[in-house]
Design a protein around this ligand. Structure first.
Ligand code: F6P
Length: 320
């Protein structure tokens, strides 16, 4: 019988993690569970950095970016010794099950705990890269798109005013999710994503052609996993003779107040994770598909996700 659960956030923070922590804590308390917050992800399990969470300790966080539990990428947990220490902490503190909130590294940690050490775990998807299976969208991705879009809109103002070509690099190590959405929503002229091959020479040809017809400014969105914006800009200048500017949006995409969509998603998924635990369903991750809450095996969740980029790319090219 599960009486006490732990909750942690791990890997890259994502806006909406706090709303998910709040949901796990309050939904858990509502169901008569004790809820323990674990600080700095798996590192907090290894170092026994824990604090009980009650209804009030998660007040006033639903609107805040980042994570009150803090987060880390913990190399020590990859080794058996680190995992052993983590398990000892869980046993010593009588934590019967764990909710892990994060991306694919976080889920891989939970797979280890569940399959190797028999610690009941469930996952809540939270990553701006939106590269987990079993959910149409992960917590944080919507906010990240909107943050990058707002910045891109501002860049367009100066690009148009000064007749310049801007190359804007957005996050996404192996995923073009942010790039393709920002490009479509921001009316970008071109987008480079890791999922699709691209031809810089052809792009430069289009720029010269457009320039000849009087097109005065360009916004080119580049996912960090596809190319380095600096290199793309150098190539454009070299091949077209036109002036370029580079903006790397970087970690601003990870911060900020979560959007309504992310908060609602986090509230639903946090509660759904507790429901899984109450139903003794472990080794799974919650998600939302076609509007409905569901759960998939953690192994399936971390398999390579097929982000739908091609139809969006075609539309961007037609509308540009
Ligand atoms: O959390 C995902 C992500 O933001 C990726 O888009 C990016 O490549 C990576 O994390 C950056 O990680 P870090 O903050 O550890 O440099």
């Amino acid at each position: 019988m599960i009486k006490r659960i732990g909750v942690l956030t791990s890997g890259g923070d994502a806006p909406g993690m706090n709303a998910a922590i709040r949901s796990v804590a309050r939904y858990g308390v509502h169901h008569k569970l004790e809820v323990i917050g674990i600080f700095r992800g798996y590192a907090g399990l290894i170092n026994e950095d824990l604090r009980p969470l009650d209804h009030r300790s998660v007040s006033g966080i639903i609107n805040r970016g980042g994570t009150i539990l803090e987060t880390a990428r913990c190399d020590e947990f990859l080794a058996e010794e680190g995992q052993r220490k983590a398990v000892e902490t869980l046993k010593r503190n009588k934590i019967d099950a764990l909710v892990v909130i994060g991306g694919d590294g976080t889920y891989r940690g939970a797979i280890q705990l569940w399959e190797r050490w028999h610690i009941p775990c469930v996952g809540v998807p939270a990553t701006i890269d939106n590269d987990l299976n079993g959910t149409d969208i992960a917590i944080g991705a919507d906010t990240a798109i909107n943050t990058a879009l707002e910045a891109t809109d501002k860049i367009r103002d100066t690009a148009t005013s000064m007749e310049r070509i801007f190359v804007v690099e957005v996050m996404g190590r192996d995923s073009g999710f942010i790039a393709i959405h920002v490009a479509l929503a921001g009316g970008a002229e071109e987008v480079l994503v890791p999922e699709l091959s691209y031809d810089l020479e052809e792009m430069c040809h289009d720029i010269v052609e457009g320039n000849r017809k009087g097109k005065i400014s360009w916004i080119i969105i580049v996912a960090e996993g596809a190319a380095k914006a600096e290199k793309v800009a150098e190539k454009i200048t070299e091949m077209t003779g036109l002036e370029t500017r580079v903006v790397v949006l970087g970690h601003i995409q990870r911060g900020g107040n979560p959007t309504a969509r992310d908060r609602i998603l986090a509230a639903r998924l946090g509660a759904a994770a507790v429901d899984l635990i109450l139903n003794d369903e472990f080794g799974k991750a919650v998600g939302v598909q076609d509007g409905e809450i569901n759960a998939v095996d953690l192994h399936l969740a971390v398999e390579e996700k097929e982000t739908v980029v091609e139809p969006f790319y075609r539309l961007i090219r037609i509308l540009t």
